[in-house]
Design a protein around this ligand. Sequence first.
Ligand code: SAH
Length: 405
Amino acid sequence: MTMTPASGDGPFRCPHAGLCGGCTLMGLGYRDQLAMKQARVAALLKPFGRVEPIRGMEHPLHYRNKVHAVFAADRRGRLQAGVYQAGTHRVVPVEHCLIEDERADAILRTVLELARSFRYQPYDEDRRTGFLRHALVRAGRTETMLILVTAAPFFPNKNAFVKALLQAHPMLTTVVQNVNDRDTTLVLGRRDTVLYGKGYIEDHLCGKAFRVSPQAFYQVNSAQTEALYGLVGEMAALTGTETVLDAYCGVGTIGLTLADRCRRLTGVELNPQAVRDARINARRNGAVNALFVCGDAGRWMREQAVRGETLDVVLMDPPRSGSDEAFLDALIHMKPARVVYVSCDPETLARDLKRLTAGGYRVTRAVPVDMFPFTEHVECAVQLTRMQRQTQDGRQAKARWERKG
Ligand code: SAH
């Protein structure tokens, strides 16, 4: 199978493109993809100022360090592993993917072969029968985790299965069973059992070490994550004296890469496993000035504002749905000198920037970063700087906040 492009820029050919539907920009050369993303972000952020050129990848293939397969039976009842066909619950078998880490893909192929020989049955969503639901690989630079999601806790022949897997892929450093017995479209259930190794991976970004547990969020494109965090560092412009918030912090990656450039760092994150990782990561990297809080970022921010606490710099990296009124209004009230907003959805970013600019901030830099080549998704880093004067909208936001507080 030829998977390599004729030229460095493509267009690239993927044998699964018609059915998989994951890479909606597969038909475009890489330069055209970048131009399209640039134009989209520039249009959405036009009211706030100039958008700098998008930071693209030098080698845009096989960047995804997190790889997922769902199990199903084909018409003849044979076990298959693949992806859901876009907009359906039909499973398209995918053996080689242009954007996924190739070593992770190879592990998934072995999982499928072994599962067939061990006669494991795929989980059937309609009848709620069967055993295997999903397999997930997270490939770090030196450690790799496989998560097998099963419908029931009992794992037949698990020792022999894991042993065969490890023999085929000595790069696997940990194997985890996750039990998901619920009728849900979410991949992971609540319970994890370690079948082999530590139950998490340790990865390296920007010269720091990060532990990542199965349930914690971790950026999928390591090379571009380093580029993004480098930009965040520039935009935060820390001098060593600042009190910094890392909101929506995951395992603490953004804040901890900057902890030695500020006085105090607080991270806030909703997912308890991620918070536990972040606390361990702080110790692991010697960040004695860092503190991590488990909770809703908006609620935490409002409490801080009510108590009259102050912040110098706010780093925020919310999920696709963006931030919320509670967080943004409390931020406006607290008046940090700078905000660095990292966004994976330019639409919700534009919505939130409207609120922040009305509340006395000005967008002073905006840079798209291509974290997800071949897909329509685009990441952005935006620097906002506090201005002295507030607009009418901003005064209203402040009044609204004060009434609620
Ligand atoms: N900054 C991190 C994680 C960004 S992803 C990194 O670069 O890796 C967004 C994170 O926000 C996820 O970890 C998610 O669990 C968390 N999150 C979602 N809603 C939240 C909320 N209301 N309050 C705090 N954290 C939230």
